[in-house]
Design a protein around this ligand. Sequence first.
Ligand code: ARG
Length: 632
Amino acid sequence: MVDRNVENRPPAKVTHPQTKKFLEGIFIPDLPDPQIPLVPLDTSTLPKPDQYVLPEIRKDLVRLVAGVFNLEPDPKLATVDAPEHTGADLAITCYPLARNLRKPPEIIAREFVGKFSGLPTISGLEATNGYLNFTLNSSNLGKLVLNEVEKLGDKYGYQDVGNGNIVVIDSSSPNIAKFMSVGHLRSTVIGESLSKIYKANGYNIIRDNHLGDWGTQFGMLGRAYELWGDKSLESQQDPDSIQMLYELYVRMHKEIDGQKRINDSEESPLEQEGRAWFKRLEDGDPDAKKLLDWAMTHSLKEFQRVYDILGVSFEYMLGESAYVPMLPSVLKKLSELNIIHPDSKGGLSADLSPLNLPRLMVQKKDDTSLYASRDLATLAARTSWFDPEKIVYVVGGEQKEYFKQIFEVFHRWAGDEAPITEHVGFGMITLPEGKMSTRKGRVIFLENVLNEAISRAYDRIPSERELDDAQKQTLARQLGVGAVIYMDLGQGRDRDIKFDWTQALTLEGHSAPYIQYAHARAATIIEKAEKEGILAGNEEVVFNTPNERRLIKLIASYPESVKRAMEQNQPSIVAEHTYSTAAAFNQFYHSDRVLGVPNEAVRSSRLRLTNAAGQTLKNGLFLLGIESPTQL
Ligand code: ARG
């Protein structure tokens, strides 16, 4: 049975060229101009992931082992990092070969050692308990890695996994008529970092900020404005308009709670009025729309200030309202496909019980649209506009089940034609001051947190630094904002964050300033070398200290971390790697002299290593969305 409400709507008009069958009959709005120019990524200049030195060595080792035992090309062998206590670097387990070769792994490993004829990048091999433990030759590995970093520069770590395919990143996505809270920090910062990480992996990125500008909550706000709002502000374009809307929002919820306490009913009279106001909006009432447009204009100004401080931008910023015109065609299609049905509440919903998920409601009994239906329409529009390989939703963990529902409905609809959809969730953020709640008016504003971080960083700039105030301001912003971003990205995104000022701005441990300082130190050494005319040759490379060795290995494995960070949607993998590299660089710098070493080959090698470390730190910070000043 097809719902009457859906049938009665005018037939959909298709204006956008459709290539996918599931989009047939769906009204797709024209794509507005992007906020920033779309510059396609030239993937032809990027290395393939296995062309980097370390993956190349891994491949060689697997090939050698397979070759010695005459195994098929894919013998299920892989290198792993050798356990610390072995003192080796890479290991291969011979256990998967035992069955095929009808020999115990210990024997296989020993046989291989007997037949191994050596590789320039390998300085040692040992067989222990069925494992092959390989030690890397620091000088030879170092030479290859230094060449690689010097050749690729800012693109060191980039690799063509994505072949220029498109990934849409839905991130930040605040609701208009409200301030952006610290809670939005996470989506913005994780989304920005992921977009850079995907790009580094050869994808073209569309960052699409899905602004919340539609829904019952705006009905509540509109009603509150009618009742209590200062109407003069609307014409005055007052900069405090968001403050007023925010106060209205808080008051509305207080009053609703009050009514509910008295009546103990499911829906308070005020809520009903708010619902009616939203219905007006959805039915196209121009006055209602005018208020919303006004709120949108002022909200965007607010948001933009925060985005500017953070240094993030979006290819598109489209409100949920942009997708409302699609809904009749989308709901008609979903009904025809038997994915949604009229339900007992008088609305339309999808039964997801086979997946142990609650029903997903896509239309209410008064015909108004829902967050979910607008998201389904958005999926169709994005597929049509961008034909992406994947759409990534960077949205708080509390919407986990919601995205399962949406994706399920969308995949039932689009089948094989659906792009990959992924929800990248994250934990909550709390400040020492307490937990946040917009509704209760207890909220810590993101902009204040950033400004506080900047001013604390400013106060810590040593007074003996010869900087004018503008330079100090810049530095304070780079350090303060970096600290806030790293506080977020420094640990796995699923974990909750207890924001801690001291920890965020520390120069000692796990923090952005610590990494920024290591980078600046490397830059200073390079600058000093240039001033003194000390040149790094590129002929002989010698490395023999443990600190050099550790640092080279970290630089060599950086591209693999960049790839893994994308595969797991975890910027923290890059953050960790960059932090470890900074720590290794500091150790190297403290124990091994660079410019003062008399031996020319050693000096030149260390100078180049310093340069490569600085470059790797810079590239890692960049992928996190953190700046790397050269002077600190
Ligand atoms: N505006 C929503 C909120 O603040 C987040 C939107 C996330 N993106 C989406 N496509 N649902 O909760």
